[in-house]
Design a protein around this ligand. Structure first.
Ligand code: FHN
Length: 454
């Protein structure tokens, strides 16, 4: 293979190194991916990109109250890509597995054949929804159509859907919607509005279709809008339309999609990735957590391993301690955590995901009052702890347990301190302008021990 010797700016090298570490790829593979299929190569993106921010006025919109209270949701990436699970023609493709079609430039006619293999006989809407409940998650966002263009719902506008094109023939959205209603959890739909690698006029597929020939406006009018109409008409009350990757969508197009959602289901929220800063709430970058409180309603979508959809060779699972701390970190800055699972092509949720979500649920059972419906706490920027607050109470979420048995906090008042785990009262005294809380020798919880200070 010919070698190319060029000087690359150090910022790009750092970016390659960071992405390679994040996705557990070799530097060579990551550099190849970046060159080959133009990963977004911006070196320093803010956690919330301006076009994915919150529309003016939404910050005080009461329609978001349930979502502000919820703090923790379940994201589900499931589709045709779950079948090859990151492997194509015997090669394990680097990167997130739902991007396989794009990364491997699989022709539409080849990729479509996956539909005949998508027969998820182990799909069990009841079990999926009850896992979210056990995890303490208050809403679910499910991929109705990802960038590969395959629809997981029965659509009258295309035959490229779960009911018409797979041996399974079941409308999984309908089953999930019914189950969410039965178990009392809100349901949202992920929908890729700009990228569609199957539709000749959708964005992204330039190996089958000539970009110069594409009628993107026609695709939005005659394909995306009818889909949105179906999604918001046929499945009962939908809590969120989670559009994704706005890319080149125009402001007028984003506005018209927003207007359609508002017309069909006025209470349905629209996430920031609708584009053009028109979302009801801001969407941070994937797995990105802002350093500080943002004066916005915002959400971090995040993975448990590296890939969103099931990837057979992705074993890079974050620990449950890490995930609990990420949840706490996000909530302490006023955000929501939308944590993802990628079920297999058979419909099985990988066991490492189940275990981690259940561990989070056990933690939330004890400490949920310090998470749900809370506000960012008064102490920010400390590495050893985070704070959230409620009516007359500050919650200290202690990550690093003190060796000397005392936690010192400044800038908070309080006479009574209590461990949420077990309810034990702790001695509190003022000393030198700080509150000093005496704590047991051992940390009661390895992930985060919560102390309620009143
Ligand atoms: O390209 C997608 C990706 O596959 C995944 O769906 C994530 C989830 O937030 N959104 C896009 C990248 O930001």
């Amino acid at each position: 293979m010919p070698k190319l010797s060029i000087d690359i700016p150090s910022t790009f090298v750092e970016r390659i190194e960071r992405l390679a570490a994040e996705e557990s790829e070799s530097l060579e593979d990551m550099a190849m991916l970046l060159l080959r299929r133009g990963y977004d190569f911006e070196v320093t993106k803010p956690e919330v990109e301006p076009d994915r921010s919150q529309r003016p006025g939404a910050r005080s919109d009461a329609r978001l109250d349930w979502w502000r209270e919820a703090r923790f949701g379940l994201f589900i990436h499931w589709g045709l890509y779950s079948v090859p699970a990151g492997v194509w023609n015997g090669r394990d493709w680097p990167g997130i597995a739902e991007w396989l079609m794009y990364r491997a430039e699989i022709p539409v006619q080849e990729y479509e054949k996956l539909a005949a293999q998508f027969n998820p006989v182990k799909f069990d809407a009841k079990a999926w929804v009850s896992l979210a409940k056990r995890a303490g998650q208050k809403y679910i966002v499910f991929t109705s159509k990802h960038h590969d263009g395959f629809c997981l719902f029965d659509s009258a506008v295309t035959g490229y859907d779960m009911v018409d094109a797979t041996p399974f023939k079941r409308d999984v959205l309908k089953e999930l919607a019914e189950e969410c209603a039965a178990q009392g959890i809100k349901l949202g739909f992920y929908y890729s509005q700009t990228q569609d690698w199957h539709h000749p006029d959708g964005d992204g597929n330039d190996w089958d279709f000539d970009p110069a020939e594409k009628d993107f406006s026609g695709y939005i009018e005659d394909y995306v809008k009818p889909h949105v109409r179906e999604l918001l008409t046929n499945y009962g009350p939908i809590a969120i339309m989670w559009f994704d990757t706005p890319k080149g969508i125009s402001e007028q197009q984003s506005r018209s999609l927003l207007a359609l959602c508002n017309e069909l289901q006025p209470d349905c929220l629209v996430c920031g990735r609708l584009g053009n800063a028109l979302g009801d709430y801001a969407t941070a970058g994937d797995n990105r957590i802002p350093e500080e409180i943002l004066d916005l309603d915002w959400e971090t979508p995040a993975t448990i391993n590296d890939s969103w959809s099931y990837k057979v060779n992705d074993h890079n699972w974050k620990s449950s301690v890490d995930l609990i701390r990420k949840l706490v970190d996000i909530v302490s800055k006023g955000g929501n955590y939308l944590l993802n699972i990628g079920p297999t092509g058979e419909g099985v949720i990988p066991q490492p995901s189940v275990e981690r979500l259940e561990a989070m649920g056990r933690w939330l059972e004890v400490n949920g009052e310090a998470v749900y419906g809370t506000q960012p706490g008064p102490i920010q920027g400390r590495a050893d702890l985070r704070t959230t607050s409620g009516e007359g109470v500050v919650y200290l979420h202690v990550f690093d347990w003190p060796a000397d048995g005392q936690i010192r906090v400044e800038g908070v008042a309080g006479q009574e301190a209590r461990l949420l785990a077990g309810g034990e009262a702790l001695a509190v005294e003022e000393s030198g302008g700080a509150l000093v809380i005496s704590v047991p020798e051992e940390a009661p919880d390895a992930a985060a021990t919560v102390i309620a200070l009143r």
